[in-house]
Design a protein around this ligand. Structure first.
Ligand code: TYC
Length: 118
Protein backbone atom coordinates (compact mmCIF):
# COMPACT_ATOMS: atom_id res chain seq x y z
CA UNK A 1 0.00 0.00 0.00
CA UNK A 2 1.22 3.48 -0.87
CA UNK A 3 0.62 6.35 1.49
CA UNK A 4 0.83 9.90 0.37
CA UNK A 5 3.21 11.70 2.65
CA UNK A 6 2.15 15.06 1.35
CA UNK A 7 0.33 17.25 3.83
CA UNK A 8 -1.56 20.25 2.75
CA UNK A 9 0.35 23.09 4.42
CA UNK A 10 -1.58 25.14 6.89
CA UNK A 11 -1.62 28.75 6.03
CA UNK A 12 -0.90 31.23 8.78
CA UNK A 13 -3.81 33.59 8.81
CA UNK A 14 -2.83 37.04 7.71
CA UNK A 15 -4.40 40.07 9.31
CA UNK A 16 -7.47 40.89 7.34
CA UNK A 17 -10.71 39.27 6.45
CA UNK A 18 -11.09 35.78 5.09
CA UNK A 19 -13.81 34.94 2.63
CA UNK A 20 -14.60 31.66 4.30
CA UNK A 21 -12.07 29.69 2.24
CA UNK A 22 -8.31 30.01 2.09
CA UNK A 23 -8.28 33.32 0.30
CA UNK A 24 -7.40 36.33 2.39
CA UNK A 25 -8.69 39.75 1.54
CA UNK A 26 -6.42 42.43 2.89
CA UNK A 27 -8.07 45.70 3.63
CA UNK A 28 -6.91 48.41 1.29
CA UNK A 29 -5.06 51.12 3.18
CA UNK A 30 -4.95 54.57 1.75
CA UNK A 31 -1.53 55.99 2.54
CA UNK A 32 -1.85 59.62 3.34
CA UNK A 33 1.38 61.54 2.98
CA UNK A 34 1.42 65.17 3.80
CA UNK A 35 3.27 67.62 1.59
CA UNK A 36 6.49 68.81 3.26
CA UNK A 37 6.22 71.73 5.64
CA UNK A 38 7.45 74.81 3.78
CA UNK A 39 9.69 77.47 5.27
CA UNK A 40 10.16 81.07 4.25
CA UNK A 41 13.61 82.58 4.26
CA UNK A 42 13.59 86.09 5.68
CA UNK A 43 16.26 88.80 5.52
CA UNK A 44 16.38 91.33 8.34
CA UNK A 45 17.33 94.96 8.03
CA UNK A 46 20.38 96.46 9.73
CA UNK A 47 22.13 99.81 9.52
CA UNK A 48 25.45 98.59 8.13
CA UNK A 49 25.09 96.07 5.31
CA UNK A 50 25.35 97.93 1.98
CA UNK A 51 22.19 97.91 -0.15
CA UNK A 52 24.22 96.67 -3.11
CA UNK A 53 25.39 93.63 -1.16
CA UNK A 54 21.79 92.69 -0.26
CA UNK A 55 20.76 93.02 -3.91
CA UNK A 56 23.63 90.72 -4.92
CA UNK A 57 22.64 88.16 -2.25
CA UNK A 58 19.07 88.12 -3.55
CA UNK A 59 20.29 87.62 -7.11
CA UNK A 60 22.88 84.99 -6.24
CA UNK A 61 21.03 82.79 -3.73
CA UNK A 62 17.38 83.46 -4.52
CA UNK A 63 17.57 83.75 -8.32
CA UNK A 64 15.96 87.19 -8.39
CA UNK A 65 16.60 89.47 -11.33
CA UNK A 66 18.11 92.84 -10.50
CA UNK A 67 14.75 94.63 -10.53
CA UNK A 68 13.02 92.15 -8.17
CA UNK A 69 16.10 92.00 -5.92
CA UNK A 70 16.13 95.80 -5.61
CA UNK A 71 12.41 95.88 -4.74
CA UNK A 72 12.84 93.24 -2.03
CA UNK A 73 15.93 94.97 -0.61
CA UNK A 74 14.05 98.30 -0.41
CA UNK A 75 11.09 96.64 1.29
CA UNK A 76 13.45 95.16 3.91
CA UNK A 77 15.17 98.52 4.32
CA UNK A 78 11.83 100.31 4.87
CA UNK A 79 9.84 97.68 6.76
CA UNK A 80 12.54 95.85 8.71
CA UNK A 81 12.31 92.44 7.07
CA UNK A 82 11.28 90.69 3.89
CA UNK A 83 10.71 87.23 2.42
CA UNK A 84 13.32 86.10 -0.10
CA UNK A 85 11.79 82.74 -1.00
CA UNK A 86 9.83 79.69 0.21
CA UNK A 87 11.43 76.22 0.34
CA UNK A 88 11.28 72.83 2.06
CA UNK A 89 12.93 73.15 5.48
CA UNK A 90 16.35 71.69 4.60
CA UNK A 91 16.69 73.86 1.48
CA UNK A 92 15.67 76.94 3.51
CA UNK A 93 18.31 76.08 6.14
CA UNK A 94 20.95 75.77 3.41
CA UNK A 95 19.97 79.16 1.96
CA UNK A 96 20.32 80.75 5.39
CA UNK A 97 23.79 79.18 5.82
CA UNK A 98 24.87 80.40 2.38
CA UNK A 99 23.68 83.96 3.07
CA UNK A 100 25.33 84.07 6.51
CA UNK A 101 28.61 82.63 5.15
CA UNK A 102 28.76 85.16 2.32
CA UNK A 103 27.87 88.02 4.66
CA UNK A 104 30.50 87.10 7.27
CA UNK A 105 33.15 86.66 4.57
CA UNK A 106 32.34 90.14 3.27
CA UNK A 107 32.38 91.53 6.82
CA UNK A 108 28.66 92.44 7.00
CA UNK A 109 26.26 91.81 9.90
CA UNK A 110 23.32 90.81 7.66
CA UNK A 111 20.85 88.55 9.48
CA UNK A 112 18.85 85.83 7.77
CA UNK A 113 16.37 83.36 9.29
CA UNK A 114 13.86 80.75 8.16
CA UNK A 115 10.46 80.02 9.64
CA UNK A 116 7.61 77.62 8.91
CA UNK A 117 4.58 78.99 7.06
CA UNK A 118 0.99 77.92 7.89
N1 TYC B 1 19.56 99.32 5.78
C1 TYC B 1 20.74 99.03 4.98
C2 TYC B 1 21.40 100.35 4.58
O1 TYC B 1 20.79 101.40 4.68
C3 TYC B 1 20.40 98.21 3.73
C4 TYC B 1 19.88 96.86 4.05
C5 TYC B 1 18.79 96.37 3.36
C6 TYC B 1 20.50 96.05 4.99
C7 TYC B 1 18.29 95.10 3.62
C8 TYC B 1 20.03 94.79 5.29
O2 TYC B 1 18.44 93.04 4.81
C9 TYC B 1 18.92 94.31 4.57
N2 TYC B 1 22.63 100.27 4.09
Amino acid sequence: MIFMATKIPKTTPLPGRTDGGDAVVLERQTLRTRPPQMHQVVLLNDDFTPMEFVVLVLQEFFNKDREAATQIMLKIHLEGKGVCGVFPRDIAATKVDQVLDASRHAGHPLQCIHEPIE
